[in-house]
Design a binder for this molecule. Sequence first.
Ligand code: MGD
Ligand code: MGD
Ligand code: SF4
Ligand code: MO
Length: 696
Amino acid sequence: MGDVKKIRTACRNCHGGCGVIAYVKDGKVIKVEGNPESPISHGTMCSKGLAVTQLAYHPERILYPMKRARKGWERISWDEALDTIAEKFNEVIVKHGAESIVIGQGTGRDYESHLYRFANLLGTPNVLTAGHMCYVSRVGATLITCGNLPVCDYAGWPKCIVMWACNPQWTNPDEYKGEGFWNAFKQGARLIVVDPRKGFLANKADLWLQLRPGTDAALAMGFLNVIVDERLYDEEFVAKYIHGWDALVERINKYPLDLVEDITWVKKELIREAARMYATTKPACINWGVPTEQTLNCTDCTRLLTGLMAATGNLDVPGGNVFFVPPSVRTVSQFSRHKDLPPEQRKKRLGGDQYKLASRVALITPKVAWDAILTGKPYPLKAGLLCGTNPVSTRANASEVYKALKKLDFLAVIDFFLTPTAELANIFLPGATWLEQNHVADNWKRHGYVVARQKAVEIGECWQDHKIFQELGKKMEQEGWWDTVEEGLDYILEPSGLTWEQFKEKGYLRGEMEYRKYEKKGFSTPTGKVELYSTTLEKWGYDPLPKYTEIPESPVSRPDLLEKYPYILNAGLRTPTFFHSANRMIPWLREIRPDPIVEIHPDTAKNHGIGEGKWVWIESPRGRVKQRAKLNDGIDPRVIVAEHGWWFPEMKGPGHGWDISNINILTDNSHDSMDPVMGATNLRVLLCNISSCEDQ
Ligand SMILES: Nc1nc2c(c(=O)[nH]1)N[C@H]1C(S)=C(S)[C@@H](COP(=O)(O)OP(=O)(O)OC[C@H]3O[C@@H](n4cnc5c(=O)[nH]c(N)nc54)[C@H](O)[C@@H]3O)O[C@H]1N2
Ligand SMILES: Nc1nc2c(c(=O)[nH]1)N[C@H]1C(S)=C(S)[C@@H](COP(=O)(O)OP(=O)(O)OC[C@H]3O[C@@H](n4cnc5c(=O)[nH]c(N)nc54)[C@H](O)[C@@H]3O)O[C@H]1N2
Ligand code: SF4
Ligand SMILES: [Mo]
């Protein structure tokens, strides 16, 4: 019997950050539990984090590099794998230029610092992430509006919380943990929930605004309308710190409450009551969620919500929406060496002239990548490296994604498992889970912390992603990498005066919080004010004022489609146990949720002869997939709520059933359905029909 060692580390089975104690015996993690000393999670963990042992030691996890050979996958050495990628990439660079290589990742996973450093040193501007419609789009829109991302200051005890399109008890997204919200709520904060679906929080809310999906920008206009009309705004703040207030008021006046009620389906009395509650209960914060970003109103909606925070004087005050001060370590941007991407390469960023905000935050919207692969325009993409992403499952218009990835001359994928995307690769590289890595974690978030993620074990030949980018960079003769991952961490930590060894003992660093920084420094925008009239958008040739644009495929825009597709498809309901397309192979988690679920109002289900638990076809103009019905009277009868991310690891064969229940076969990625500034794809509002699978 060996001794049991306890390693303090930080989870990353979602966006991460929860403090963990990993118990290691005989070189194996035997269990994990929450670390009560964590300033972020105080000992709590969720089902996904607790199941990490089943992830790390999964029998089907790939533990060594592989290449695709005639007879299937073949084990190779790290040297051969990296040499092959370097050779292929060099060939593409010579023949087509570095811009013909696309480097991709999925959601925030704490390696963007290294991924971007690699891409910038490689010389490609084409980095494909989920940021066009998730989080980075919010960061980008707030950067140009108020200079930084405002985050709820739950520890400052808000007295009113607006949960706007967010479900942190299930999702713990980005800077937030459900726990932080819950503590503030339990202290007696009033709760307004803006959500088309009656979930746990809507049930607890003082006010629940059940809006039509995708109409958030119009609803925010309604709130502002009441606030202006009843002079509930903070006159001093508005006069001193808002640029373009009068112009905005003129725009707001175009959205009287009757119109807003028509657009959003929310009764105007309720909008008035909610706006009053938010504007008069101080301090108040808005906790926004990702659905506000996943339509073509992405940028405008974010700017309007920022407008609400600013107009009511809730920006950067205790208990409001604040700009947390980061600890003094090198940021992801500083580490990424964006400045080293030559200007002539930057100019070649796909879609850069069209989606200017996406380009400003150094990413591309996926559609331009698929177009470049499939049409060769404006130039062909020939090779790719995808890390921690399964776009065949998670990006809009999955059939096009599949076709495009298949057509690439060369693809390398870094993952734990052979996902449907990985099955399209030529080279597979085995990444390491958070139990197997050292990192200054949470550095990408704006909550004011960095936390130590410490290696507990090594498994097989798996490498942490940071090391993979570093070693591949060295193979490609890139200057600016280190001998070890830990030396790179020392570099990140240098401004704090700590080394990695010292930091991991300490566990975390926190930036010293200071409120109302604008009183000394103004806002970090061209005018130094909160730009509700955006001089940046104006300069780029877009409408400088926010507005609501009707969703292109909605009952209002496309009455012609209603006979065939009478319902709104709201695609992307998260479940506590899964993380997008991940975890379907983890027994503890799959047992809780064995099948994909589509939620249907009981009246609607009855009209189609669909009973609880029955398989249902969901169909859009782009295809059809099936999920199992769950009847829910907490949604509007005109709305269908479906899960995303489904594939079936238990199905052998290269596709693993990627197209059976994959809701992104139904979603759209045409250019006119996307946010014109950011290229955010519309995932949450489409037209669909349903029918019982038993009819056919
Ligand atoms: N219809 C619809 N589609 C959606 C959404 C929606 O709401 N509706 N949500 C969208 C959003 S917000 C996002 S962010 C995207 C996410 O899209 P993705 O990031 O592409 O999705 P995931 O399924 O989380 O990640 C894919 C893979 O990462 C692997 N992985 C996990 N951790 C690591 C790691 O540390 N290293 C490596 N190398 N691999 C790892 C997993 O095994 C998994 O196979 O999906 C989007 N797709
Ligand atoms: N367990 C789990 N956790 C996750 C993820 C996961 O896949 N699984 N994904 C992670 C990622 S990458 C992200 S971006 C975050 C997202 O996390 P959140 O921001 O919480 O987003 P969702 O859970 O997609 O949606 C939140 C709420 O918005 C509602 N909603 C849907 N459409 C609309 C709309 O049009 N308007 C409004 N106002 N509300 C709407 C939904 O009903 C839901 O209650 O979660 C992260 N955490
Ligand atoms: S909330 Fe995220 S970081 Fe925390 S335990 Fe769950 S998966 Fe891990
Ligand atoms: Mo996301």
